[in-house]
Ligand binder design. Structure first.
Ligand code: ARG
Length: 568
């Protein structure tokens, strides 16, 4: 389906061509709705030369624009903007098209790509903490959106299940483990043992050396150490799985760091052979001498003692994803502190001539109400599992207050949708690079730009249909007589313009804000226009607007990984 924006962009191109002008400028939604629905800065861009007057150019372009079948006559405004205002009959027609389109008007992306998305990726022997929320929630939303746009998506959980921390975990397991505590809460005990060892190792060089020995033994395949490692991985995976289930996040592959272990010597050999890496002070290193940003930041891929690094694993990972998973693109949804690491990886991959498009989708931090990194009272990272449970408990109170007569199972289900939805939405409605303050009050409020507000709008629509006792009627023509009707219809047509834009810069917050505005427009419409009490044909037309709003809200929230309850 073509959107108003795509039609207008084409019309603009032909007008420019017919006026003998080069293609220029952008066609965007209007910044101020008082002046119209869309605007273009084409004349301003073309009028940069002093001889060309942008306003005169704009008038020339307007004279060549053929848009009267769906717009009022375009108006030149300000320094040379051209404004377009849609006609209500055209909006009504387009809305019916959206209504009948399986993807609510959203066209499939071209070309279709196979995209590996690396997100979540927690570390074994450490519980998932709020910092993993952003990666998990953002990665999952991007996966859903890419899939909806027709891409083939492979969700990959690059678990940190190998590496330095295991020397300490194994040392701790052998020397400090409390079997009873392990039975009670395995992950907590493993974490305790790891932390205590870590502290001892900082103080005592002998412990440090003993940990290193354990790591060397593990990497050499020592049976006892491998067994301990396996047990730790299994305990951790159980915990991760529980959290992923609560979040309704599902992976297609879970190739952790250990999966690549056997491939690491091959990576080093390959890079040495191609001359990309060199031996420097007994280590194998990649230098980026001709890259100003990385010139003084070499990447060590094999240490002097023969051990491999996080970077070596990531290089093996790129190879696997491109050659075996046949990825056209790889998206790394990883926090901003790993920017340098990924720059190095991408630069090495470029030198190795991999054809895939590699992207780092970075994000900022989650802060506590004191504006510092979010921590528990005792200064620990807040485990994700506790956080989600608290969200559901708090949401349960809202359900108890709003709708005390619902059955117990229904209440549990609704509280989960609200609680988990609120946590996800808080994250996704922000620009990903900004740090945000985690506030229960704000995220669970039924007013403002929150998940419960959007879920409530959906619930209101469902209750209209429960009252009506019938589904939305089938109609061929919408009647848009009230400005509030025109406004909501216009918004519904914009869904198809918004969704593809998200992937330009990986910003699901564009969708969140759109849904918020849609819900606002719906409330205005609902207050201005009686639905069930109005006469035909307005009644049917309004019911259709309600139904389509509900479907767009549901679909949009689903793209963010948020579920809608039928009641709340
Ligand atoms: N496990 C890492 C962490 O928690 C994230 C892994 C990101 N993905 C990657 N391919 N390096 O920091």
């Amino acid at each position: 389906m073509e959107t108003f924006q795509s039609i207008l962009a084409k019309k603009l191109s032909s007008a420019l061509a017919n006026a003998g002008l080069p293609d220029a400028g952008e066609l965007t939604t209007a910044t101020d709705p008082r002046f119209g629905d869309y605007q273009t800065n084409a004349a301003l861009v073309l009028g940069k030369q002093p001889t060309e007057n942008p306003r005169a150019l704009a008038k020339k372009i307007v004279a060549h624009l053929r848009v009267d079948d769906f717009c009022e006559t375009p108006v030149v405004a300000g320094a040379g903007f051209i404004n377009f205002k849609l006609r209500p009959d055209a909006i009504a027609k387009k809305t019916i098209e959206v209504l009948r389109h399986a993807g609510l008007g959203v066209a499939k992306a071209k070309p279709k790509q196979r995209i590996v998305i690396d997100f979540g990726s927690p570390n074994v022997a450490k519980p998932m903490h709020v910092g993993h929320i952003r990666s998990t929630v953002l990665g999952d939303a991007l996966a859903r959106i890419a899939q909806f746009l027709g891409h083939e998506v492979i969700r990959d959980n690059h678990i940190g299940d190998w590496g330095m921390q295991f020397g300490m975990v194994i040392y701790g397991w052998k020397n400090l483990l409390d079997q009873r505590a392990l039975q009670r809460n395995p992950l907590a005990e493993i974490v305790r043992v790891y932390k205590e060892t870590n502290e001892r190792a900082t103080r005592d060089p002998q412990v440090r050396e003993a940990c290193r020995q354990e790591l060397v033994k593990l990497q050499a395949g020592d049976k006892k150490n491998i067994d301990i490692w396996n047990e730790c991985v299994a305990f951790s995976m159980q915990d991760f799985q529980h959290v992923f289930e609560m979040l309704d996040v599902h992976y297609d592959v879970q190739c952790g760091e250990s999966f690549y272990h056997d491939r690491l010597p091959g990576v080093v050999e390959r890079l040495l052979k191609s001359g990309i890496a060199e031996i420097s002070e007994a280590a194998v290193v990649v230098f980026f001498r001709d890259n100003p940003e990385l010139a003084d930041k070499p990447c060590i891929i094999r240490k002097r003692d023969g051990g491999f690094n996080y970077a070596t694993t990531d290089l093996a990972t790129v190879d696997y994803r491109v050659k075996e998973l046949k990825a056209d693109a790889i998206w790394y949804v990883v926090g901003a502190p790993q920017t340098l690491h990924l720059k190095q990886i991408f630069e090495i991959a470029r030198r190795e001539s991999y054809a895939a498009d590699l992207r780092h989708i970075a994000f900022g931090s989650v802060l506590g109400e004191d504006r510092k990194l979010m921590k528990t009272r005792s200064g620990e990272n807040v485990p994700l599992r506790d956080l989600l449970e608290e969200a559901c408990n708090r949401a349960r109170k809202i359900v108890d207050e709003k709708n005390p007569h619902l059955g117990e199972d229904e209440k549990i289900d609704i509280a989960q949708k609200i609680g988990v939805g609120a946590v996800k939405y808080t994250d996704l409605s922000q620009y990903r690079m900004t740090d945000y303050i985690f506030s229960w009050e704000k995220m669970l409020s039924l007013h403002g730009n929150t998940a419960p507000y959007l879920q409530n709008a959906y619930v209101r629509i469902r209750s209209i249909f429960r009252k009506a006792g019938e589904p939305a009627p089938k109609i061929d023509k919408l009647i848009l007589s009230d400005p509030a009707e025109t406004n909501i219809a216009k918004r519904l047509c914009q869904f198809a313009e918004i969704v593809p834009q998200i992937l330009n810069d990986f910003r699901p917050n564009i969708l969140a804000n759109y849904l918020f505005e849609l819900a606002n427009s719906f409330h205005t419409f609902y207050e201005a226009c009686p639905v069930l009490k109005s006469e035909e044909p307005a009644r049917s037309s309004r019911l259709v607007l309600c139904d389509l709003t509900g479907r767009v809200l549901q679909c949009g929230l689903d793209l963010l990984g948020i579920k809608v309850p039928e009641k709340m």
